[in-house]
Write a protein that binds this ligand. Sequence first.
Ligand SMILES: C[S@@+](CC[C@H](N)C(=O)[O-])C[C@H]1O[C@@H](n2cnc3c(N)ncnc32)[C@H](O)[C@@H]1O
Length: 359
Amino acid sequence: MASQSRHVLRSVHVDASVAIASVAAIICAQLVLRFRCSQKSTSTRIVGAAATENRSEPCGSAMCGLWLRSHNCYGSIEGHETSSAGVRTGVPVMADVPLYDRTYARFGLPARQQVRHETYGEDLGQNSWLTVDEWNAMIGWITPRHRSRVLDVGCGSGGPDLYLAQQTGAQIVGIDMNADAVSTANAAAAESGLASLASFQQADASTALPFADGSFDAVFCIDAVNHLRNRLRVFQEWHRVLKPHGQVVFTDPVVVTGLLTNEEIAARTSIGIFVLSLLEEDNRLLDQAGFDLLRSDDSTDNVATVARRWLEARAVRRQELEEDEGPTAFEGMQQFLTIVHTLAAERRLSRYTFLARVR
Ligand SMILES: C[S@@+](CC[C@H](N)C(=O)[O-])C[C@H]1O[C@@H](n2cnc3c(N)ncnc32)[C@H](O)[C@@H]1O
């Protein structure tokens, strides 16, 4: 009897794993589509190519068409990647909801500062699910010392890095794809007298990093790895630029841990390119890239709490933010934060925080 129940439990577990893996495979196939969308468009024109590394062929994926139709999209599907790690790079996906462009363009807008203060309790200048308590804990894991060299991948406007530089005296380089984020970060470093410790540059972190081998003692990547194509190559690049036994701390805020509809996926990924993963896949790719995993903590509660506070704080300042962002972008961001909160609160998409060391 006991062995029968063990067998049933084992098969339920296997079925659940297979179901989640299948969902993830579908998600990955959909999310790496390159697309153009118009909410106003009523027609659907799909010219597809399912691309592999060396060839292109007509896209036969029903999911491609289904996903595009459900979003009233038109245009060309140039190709999609074939695994959660991805195999191709290409032109950036156009975001339906321009969260990063609008936010970084005027990061210091008083309404935006007030929103950050109410959202995070302490405004570090972050633009993620990161709270100061969490950041202090992560810094404690790495213990950067005076003159330690630290790379922050997807640094945004650099606020957490300036805090880190101030606390530890570490030398920090931040990279981000967004030009406004980088100029805001460099201006903030100059204003706070930390420019000799922290500098920021524009770079696409999904491609080869512009640094020599063994340049850094530590790499941070907070809520940005999910925007980078080809996770194995990304991890390999982090490994390459780290010194022997160097450490990496990163958060993956879109780990699939439950069932998701295509509408939910589209709303959750409306701010740009997304790669959704499974916890096992992050672990496997870290190992393959040459890291030893030291810890992986479930930090989903941060997302649920921060998203709710962010949503509410923005709603209070609707008028100022609508004037800055425009009503469509404002509404899009509210919808984005709503779905982020729902999926995190229901633990269907989870956030994990990883600490790993070069083997
Ligand atoms: C959620 S924000 C996090 C920013 C910052 N780490 C923080 O905690 O405030 C994600 C960041 O990733 C950046 N990003 C997206 N794609 C990128 C890429 N391919 N290369 C570098 N940065 C990228 C975005 O511009 C954005 O600043």
